[in-house]
Ligand binder design. Structure first.
Ligand SMILES: Nc1ncnc2c1ncn2[C@@H]1O[C@H](COP(=O)(O)OP(=O)(O)OP(=O)(O)O)[C@@H](O)[C@H]1O
Length: 330
């Protein structure tokens, strides 16, 4: 099948299923300049199959999630595809933000990145602890700066502004319940500044907020009200099927390179890794690969033919021993 994307007029766009043999031809037009890979990706990611989210997330490297994310997508992501003029006519008010909470390494930030890709967002990841500064007023200024680019886009481009996906990693570190520590006034001022920025722009539609935290209970309640970080979703440890999917994602590139032995049984591995987070599973495969590479190195490291490295079951077993993991049951 041969698909051509004529982007001049929406009506010319060709729809079809992409198969391995599909040839895609991009033509430059006034609307889309096919000048770099990023823009090509932007066009492609417009397609979203909301009814098969597991496959969508897998294609973005996030395993172990399927329909449990559907509500989040229905409330947070799908409305962002509604043309803004129509949204105003039907008085659709976008949900401003979501908090993903749960144990470390379960993919909270990864999901935020995937959402940003799906909505063609301008992604900004703010690490909570980086906001704090000892200089008076500096932390609040950093909070304001986070929103600068979105505000400028909105002023310049209006409805045509790209969607800014602002991710606050470790939100609990900058948004702790106010007044908890009376001697720490910076923390309270930072929360106030964040509230001011969010409220100031809640009527505006080009910002989608994502917070991640391991401790939802520490976050200031005012930040979790409607119009702010109003959706909350717990991201727990993956079950056996989820672990298998995450393992598959992590070995995919090794498989392509012929660097994974058939002695490695992913079904068994998924069973044995009860309590592992996605990050722990990724680390397990990485460690096993490094052990395989080390095994393939001859006496003189300069003579190494890297293609000889192949992860065997014995590497996985040894990697298990090297990673100290604690976890919960399914
Ligand atoms: N569901 C998943 N699918 C695929 N890989 C995963 C998944 N969860 C975690 N990982 C792996 O773990 C890494 C860390 O994940 P991520 O940073 O999203 O976790 P997190 O929940 O935000 O952790 P933390 O709470 O410690 O910030 C990812 O880069 C990825 O390699």
């Amino acid at each position: 099948m041969r698909v051509s994307f004529a982007t001049q007029k929406a009506g010319n766009a060709c729809r079809g299923k992409l198969v391995k043999q599909t040839e895609i031809h991009f033509f430059e037009s006034d609307l889309f300049k096919v000048s770099d890979q990023k823009e090509v990706k932007m066009i492609l990611r417009r397609d979203l199959n909301i009814h098969d989210l597991a496959a969508e997330m897998k294609s973005l490297g996030v395993g172990g999630f399927g329909n449990e994310l559907k509500d989040v997508f229905s409330m947070l992501v799908v409305p962002r595809f509604i043309p803004q003029e129509y949204a105003r006519e039907v008085r659709c008010k976008y949900k401003q933000g979501i908090i993903f909470h749960g144990p470390p390494g379960t993919g909270k930030t990864l999901i935020a990145r995937a959402i940003s890709k799906i909505v063609n967002g301008k992604l900004q990841i703010v690490r909570g602890p980086e906001i704090f500064s000892n200089f008076m007023g500096s932390s609040e200024a950093k909070i304001r700066a986070v929103f600068n680019s979105a505000i400028n886009d909105l002023i310049e481009k209006g409805d045509k502004s790209p969607l800014h996906v602002i991710v606050f990693d470790e939100l609990d570190s900058i948004a702790r319940e106010k007044g908890i520590n009376p001697s720490d006034t910076t923390a309270d001022r930072v929360v106030n500044q964040l509230l001011t920025m969010i409220d100031g722009y809640s009527e505006l539609s080009n910002v989608l907020l994502v917070g991640t935290t391991n401790q939802l209970e520490l976050i200031d309640k005012a930040l979790m009200r409607p119009g702010r970080f109003e959706l909350h979703m717990e991201i727990g440890l993956p079950n056996e099927a989820g672990r298998k999917e995450i393992l598959r994602i992590n070995v995919k590139r090794l498989q392509w390179k012929g660097a994974l032995s058939s002695s490695v049984n992913l079904d068994e591995l998924a069973k044995e890794t009860k309590g592992f987070s996605g990050a722990a599973l990724a680390a397990l495969i990485q460690t096993a690969f490094f052990l395989a590479v080390t095994r393939a190195v001859p006496e003189n490291i300069a003579d190494t033919v890297w293609a000889d490295a192949k992860v065997e079951q014995e590497d996985i077993d040894r990697a298990f021993g090297k990673l100290k993991l604690t976890g919960r049951t399914d």
